[in-house]
Structures are given as C-alpha cells and as structure tokens.
Design a protein around this ligand. Sequence first.
Ligand SMILES: [Mg+2]
Length: 197
Amino acid sequence: MSAAERPFAKLLVLDLDETLIHARDRDEPPLPWPAQRQVARYHVHLRPGVREFMSSALQRFVGVGIWTSASTEYATAMLDRLVDRRRLRFIFARDRCTQVWDAEREQTYWRKDIAELHGFGFGPGSILVVDDKPKGLECSHANLIPVRPFEGDPEDLELPMLRRYLEQLGPLDDVRQADKRRWREQFEDEDFDLDVS
Ligand SMILES: [Mg+2]
C-alpha cells in the first residue's frame, strides 16, 4: 500500500440527522419529491452520495464513528444499508450528549464534548467531527467541520465536496490548526458528479 493510499490515522465522527440523512415524520408535510426509504414512521431522504461517502470514509480513515443526539434505536435503523455497522468504531446517541439551556434562544440544545471519545485512543488533534449544528460542538470547535443542514435537496453536493476536503485534512499533524469554517468555498466553482464514487 503506497503512502497515498494508507488510511489517515484520524477518527472521523459523523452526525446523522441533516448531515447524512433527512428524516421526516409521516405527520409532517411531505417534500415535493419522493423519499428513498420508509423507516418506522419516517420518510427518509438520503443525502446525495451518502453511501459512497460512507464507504470512502471507512477506507480513508482508521476510525469512523456516528454521533447523534437521537436514540440508539433510531440511529441503528437509519444506518441500516447505508453502512456496514460492524465497521464503525461506535454509534453514540443522546446518552453521550449533554442537554444545555440556550438562554438567548430560550431553548435547549445537545452538546457533544469530544472528551467522550477519549477511550478510542485518538488525541484531540486527530479527531474530526462533521455536524450541521456548530453550537453542539462549542467545546471542541477546532475539531468541527460544519456542514450545511440537509433538508432533502436532491441536488445537494455537500458530501462529494466534503470527501475532497477530508483528503486535505487527513494528512495534517493536528487537524485543529486548519480553519474549517469556510472550507466549502474552495470547491464551489468545481464540478462534482454524484454518480462517480
Ligand atoms: Mg444534525
């Protein structure tokens, strides 16, 4: 295996809702286009390229995990057929998040503290977290790659772009050194083909 093919010695942590999928309760008004799946009481829209993204993530990173503020049962059902779950390091759910009161917005939110990941043997400079809700990562913002929330748009190109960006972050000694807030801008004028894996 050449150096270029060797997986990055980093832990890639992926949020689920609005990062990889968009699940709408069947009581919510449906989108104008059909969902790809029905899971329990949800119509599930898959973020374009999500399966290719997951299989490439598992090839390119030594560790890949899922961290959602939903329940374990929900996450497990949603991940079915998106990824071979046995290859994930973990599926973390709500019990690994802390509920925090946001006084400004007068509502609660779920905080993910990367100290929870301590047991997997990756230092804080080797952990990347992909999430559509930056506030939840306020304790670990230098580890965060913020993504646009996916709400079912079939033209969404976030995952193919992210895949390209991860190739830049993977080789860094300390991923916290890269300013990731405007990562998408460098790819916005490029063409991405969703059919190419
Ligand atoms: Mg989310």
